[in-house]
Design a protein around this ligand. Structure first.
Ligand SMILES: [Zn+2]
Length: 80
């Protein structure tokens, strides 16, 4: 995948955590609680008590962007 910002090759990998991974709308600092408690938020990877949470992501080392494709059904490694 080519970076849409600088056209360098991007590397595929994962972002992982032991908690739910979510984008929380409108926040600029960490907040308590899962995405369900924050209106407009998006769960990137559901919490799994046995596996943790992980989401596929593309990294551009050239410009430092990370891209997550929410429309790709394989993005959330805890889907299903
Ligand atoms: Zn880039």
């Amino acid at each position: 995948m080519k970076c849409p910002y600088c056209n360098n090759d991007m590397e595929i990998g994962i972002i992982q955590d032991c908690n739910e991974i979510a984008w929380l709308k409108g926040l600029d600092r960490p907040a308590l609680g899962r995405a369900a408690f924050h209106e407009g938020s998006v769960v990137l990877s559901k919490l799994s008590l046995t596996k943790g949470s992980a989401v596929m992501a593309y990294l551009c080392r050239g410009c430092g962007k990370v891209i997550i494709d929410l429309k790709d059904p394989n993005t959330d490694l805890n889907r299903g």
